[in-house]
Design a binder for this molecule. Structure first.
Ligand code: APR
Length: 232
């Protein structure tokens, strides 16, 4: 077996669940009273900007009430101590990975604490509420929107992620249902490239059978155990 040097880790909502952030696809497909389609599409933003902005304002405000959990902390420790290449790709828009200390991190679906100008395309750090019509700090257009990758939009840094996967020896997926592409396709790419694959999830995900190894249980337990193995 090739010794593991380069790792790509993908996280989803399950990694933040034990911090108190709701996952997307709970029973009934509701997310805190909203259908994902009502708030996570460019059409929804055009149709009802007040609703979509308010929804993300509430999520942003919630960040002040939550803390990173043992899974975030273990991944930050792995980042700090792992001598090889490591890339943590998160689908989460919360800031719990960076608050735990992860540095080699990509938010492929955007960030709550960032605003995107629909006019000039610039992204800027943002705290507090973001009413529709807020002015862009770069071009002054009243066109700031939540910096969230909606369904049908291109996730961030795909070329960086693809390059990291090409160089990886291990792909690890944690706390994601595997329902949303392109992230759900990373395991397929990894297999094609002959990279070892490991999944940690509470329930079987849609792609569970694609992984070489699947470990069931809460991320707050499985992830620290795995990090101890990797660093031990
Ligand atoms: N530990 C580990 N896994 C957990 C935990 C936990 N404590 N709690 C829940 N899970 C698992 C669930 O079993 C489920 O498979 O986390 C997964 C969460 O799935 P989703 O709610 O679908 O979230 P995610 O996969 O991150 O969604 C992907 O969909 O709506 C879009 O852009 C949004 O980034 C999001 C994307």
């Amino acid at each position: 077996m090739t010794p593991i040097r380069n790792i790509v880790i993908l996280t989803g909502a399950g990694v933040s669940a034990e911090s108190g952030i709701a996952t997307f696809r709970g029973p009934g497909g509701l997310w805190e009273g909203h259908r994902v389609e009502d708030v996570c599409t460019p059409q929804a933003l055009r149709r009802d900007p007040e609703l979509v902005h308010r929804f993300y304002d509430e999520r942003r405000a919630k960040l002040a009430e939550v803390e990173p959990n043992a899974a975030h902390r273990a991944l930050a420790r792995l980042d700090a101590e792992w001598a090889g290449e490591l890339l943590l790709v998160t689908q989460n828009v919360d800031d719990l990975h960076e608050r735990a200390g992860s540095k080699r991190l990509i938010h492929m679906h955007g960030e709550l604490k960032s605003a995107l100008c629909a006019e000039c395309g610039k992204r800027a750090p943002h705290e507090g509420s973001l009413p529709p019509g807020s002015a862009c700090p770069t071009c002054a257009s009243p066109a700031l929107r939540p910096d969230i990758v909606f369904f049908g939009e291109m996730p961030y840094a795909m070329h960086v992620i693809e390059r990291a996967l090409e160089q990886a020896d291990l792909f690890v997926s944690i706390g994601t249902s595997g329902a949303v592409y392109p992230a759900a396709g990373f395991v397929h790419s990894a297999r094609r490239m002959g990279i070892a694959t490991l999944e940690m999830n509470l329930d079987p995900s849609e792609g569970s059978m694609m992984f070489d190894d699947s470990r069931r249980g809460p991320a707050g337990e499985r992830v620290p155990e795995w990090v101890d193995e990797m660093l031990g």
